[in-house]
Design a protein around this ligand. Structure first.
Ligand code: NAG
Ligand code: NAG
Length: 133
């Protein structure tokens, strides 16, 4: 009885391995990676004109990443003033987990977010940008 049960478990385990290794699943993993932004976060205050790092979690990064990378600054509740790429498309590697940017000269506000592309845009929490001292 015990033998039969463990044999069945092994078969199920093999099946699970086989199905996660299928090309379709590998493709899906490649396409849906959506790195979680760790900075800026809700406690962050950026100052106009200073250098800051945008960072994200790479612990679940797939081996191959299909799409380009970019970081944009957005107003989460309204239109964003100007075309605010903090880092233009394909100028850094998503697997690095960090990219240094200069805070652009935008109006002070507490409703900014950064969007990290990726496969789809991943939004940070809202954070503050303060005027230069
Ligand atoms: C950003 O991160 C890099 C690498 O960790 C570090 O060398 C650099 O000093 C950081 N820049 C800022 C503004 O914190
Ligand atoms: C963001 O948009 C909202 C709604 O239009 C506006 O009230 C707010 O002032 C904007 N913030 C900045 C920093 O532009």
């Amino acid at each position: 009885m015990h033998f039969k049960l463990s044999a069945l478990t092994s078969v199920l385990a093999l099946f699970a391995v086989a199905s996660t290794a299928s090309p379709l699943e590998a493709r899906k993993a490649l396409d849906v990676w959506n790195p979680r932004i760790t900075s800026p976060n809700a406690d962050t205050v950026w100052v106009v004109g200073t250098k800051v790092n945008v960072t994200w979690d790479t612990s679940d990064a797939p081996q191959r990443i299909s799409s380009g990378s970019a970081v944009m600054l957005r107003n989460s509740t309204g239109p964003t003033p100007a075309d605010l790429y903090l880092k233009k498309v394909n100028t850094f590697d998503l697997r690095d987990g960090t990219v240094e940017v200069t805070v652009p000269d935008v109006p002070p506000g507490t409703d900014y977010v950064v969007v990290l592309f990726g496969d789809s845009g991943n939004w940070s929490p809202e954070f503050e940008i303060a005027a230069a001292y």
